[in-house]
Design a protein around this ligand. Structure first.
Ligand code: NAP
Ligand code: MG
Length: 516
């Protein structure tokens, strides 16, 4: 295996912080030489760097290199491939603070959560380093005598990985690590809002000794990089995490080409609070779920479904907690809620406030961007709570992806389940109750891929399957060994050692047969 070349070179021009693509082990500018700026949403006057605004020329070259590199990488034994990943985990650990600071600066995630983002990638690295020594297939009896059947995993080829900005280290790690351990090669297109996190992750692979060409990085817009990547005939599998609208488009592109595709999309998650719940715990869960990552998580608690009897008690405590949240620059240790990612997100959230008011929901708190003083420097939005929301309203149906949550009330458990399952999405949900019967009924009936009892709607773990029902995806799961359903082909092998032609489904082996 070739040793890592020097990591220097990710930055084409250190002084002006101009960064490059990574293709075939070299840091190269876009063919067009165009660039785009990456800014800090906590303070938009801070330019983090300029990144290549690539197009299909860069994508095609990265795919050509990945296709060529697949020929040797698939033959490297999986435990050897996994050694690289183990080193990636070690380097991530060493660089945790540095990388967390970049996460916080680049997308405005508060430092505590940014560390969690990086820790998730560390856990994922070790998990999949271990998978390199498993990648289990299975054996099973054959229908016929003197015949052995076993089933192996085989890599798929070149993977096109397209990721969002809200978990700029963790989500790429969920895709990159298993794809590479399984013997595939990769073209990675990260979100345009978080290109530096992606660059650092690729630098870490380089430092860990990943051979040139196995992992290629192409920066740029979804339309000019993501789309040609998904469309290219030499890309065998596309793994996408992002919005339902783009996911639908990618599914169509891949569907036409009979291409393997995994889409992890949005959510309209809910916390249900029963009348017997520990209310302090439920309030903590809702605060964390609704306003963690400024509500910009696919698992954010954007609906709080309250039993009528405890509604006032819950809301008093909840609103008190909301009023104490500190909003500000994500790097400051005292900040609870950072900015939203960009100006478009701010506008989109504001539009939902108008929609909510037009629909007759009652705005209890927040509902506006924060612009005075230092807030004017970034994209800040006040934590917002709507009351008197019903399940049909757009507020209760559509993903807002900001610090906005809606209260809906119920009287019977049937009603709670009906409201819970009434959206087109099905990512995560939670129930707070002390009644085991209510908890299990919820587990049975919730149409969500991730269900929590007495815990918030957010909090993925590297070794647990992650994904959702309905419009949250197209039926796949990330995390755990389940991810290998996306990144490997099943190969069924049958060895006949009878020395004669045996015909499955036709040659009868009778129970009394003495045939050898
Ligand atoms: P997005 O706008 O759909 O973008 C996701 C990625 O797709 C980005 O890299 C984007 O590039 C790229 N892209 C955009 N248009 C494209 C196109 N036409 N063809 C190919 N690629 C294209 O989503 P986002 O705003 O980054 O992320 C927020 C969404 O992700 C939310 O809906 C959230 O729920 C979802 N999400 C889901 C999960 C999950 O596991 N289920 C996890 C996290 C987030 P640019 O950045 O250049 O636009
Ligand atoms: Mg940015």
């Amino acid at each position: 295996m070739k040793k890592a070349s020097m990591v220097e070179g990710a930055r084409r021009n250190v002084k002006n912080k101009t960064y490059c693509n990574f293709i075939g082990g070299k840091w190269v500018p876009a063919v067009s030489s165009r660039g785009f700026l990456d800014i800090n949403p906590s303070d938009k006057s801070e330019i983090i760097g300029e990144f290549p605004d690539s197009d299909s020329n860069d994508v095609n070259e990265a795919i050509r290199v990945a296709k060529e590199s697949y020929k040797f990488w698939k033959k490297v034994p999986a435990p050897k491939r996994a050694e690289v990943l183990f080193k990636v985990g070690e380097i991530l650990k060493q660089k945790k603070e540095e990388l967390s600071t970049v996460v916080s600066t680049e997308l405005g995630k508060v430092m505590r959560e940014a560390r969690g983002d990086v820790q998730e990638a560390i856990d994922t690295a070790y998990h999949h380093a271990g998978e390199g020594r498993r990648l289990f297939g299975f054996t099973t009896p054959s229908e016929l005598q003197n015949k052995m059947a076993f089933v192996l995993r085989h890599p798929v080829g070149v993977c096109g990985l397209i990721t969002p900005w809200n978990f700029p280290v963790a989500i790429p790690s969920w895709k990159l690590f298993p794809a590479i351990v399984a013997g595939n090669t990769v073209v990675f297109k990260p979100a345009s809002d978080t290109p530096l996190c992606a660059t650092m992750l690729v630098e870490i692979f380089q430092e860990a000794g990943l051979p040139d060409g196995v992992l290629n990085l192409v920066h740029g817009k979804g339309s000019s990089v993501g789309r040609p990547l998904a469309s290219h005939p030499d890309v065998s599998v596309v793994s996408f995490t992002g919005s339902a609208d783009v996911g639908r488009e990618i599914n169509e592109i891949c569907g036409k080409r009979l291409k393997r595709v995994s889409c992890e999309l949005g959510g309209k998650n809910a916390e249900v609070v029963m009348e017997d719940a520990d209310l302090d715990l439920a309030v903590e869960g809702a605060i964390w779920g609704a306003f963690g990552t400024t509500g910009q998580r696919c698992t954010a608690t954007s609906r709080i479904i309250l039993h009528k009897k405890i509604k006032n008690q819950f809301l008093n405590r909840f609103l008190d907690r909301v009023s104490k949240l500190k909003i500000g620059n994500a790097l400051k240790p005292e900040t609870d809620v950072g900015p939203v990612i960009n100006a478009q997100r701010l506008e989109s959230i504001q539009r939902y406030i108008e929609i909510g008011e037009e629909e007759g929901a009652k705005l209890l708190v927040g509902g506006k961007p924060l612009t005075n003083g230092n807030y004017g420097k970034g994209f800040y939005f006040a934590p917002t709570v709507f009351d008197n929301v019903n399940k049909e309203m757009r507020l209760a149906q559509e993903e807002i992806f900001g610090p906005v949550t809606s209260v809906i009330t119920f009287e019977t458990p049937d009603e709670a389940i009906d409201i819970l399952n009434s959206t087109a999405y099905g990512l995560s949900s939670s129930i707070y109750t002390r009644d085991v019967n209510k908890a299990f009924r919820y587990i049975e009936e919730s149409e969500h891929g991730v269900c929590y009892v007495n815990a918030s709607t957010i909090g993925a773990e590297a070794h647990l399957p992650f994904g959702g029902y309905k419009n949250t995806g197209n039926g796949h799961r990330e995390g755990s060994h389940q991810i290998y359903e996306i990144f490997t082909e099943w190969k069924t092998v049958v060895v006949d050692y009878s020395g004669k032609l045996q015909k499955a489904q036709m040659d009868d082996v009778s129970l009394n047969s003495k045939k050898k």
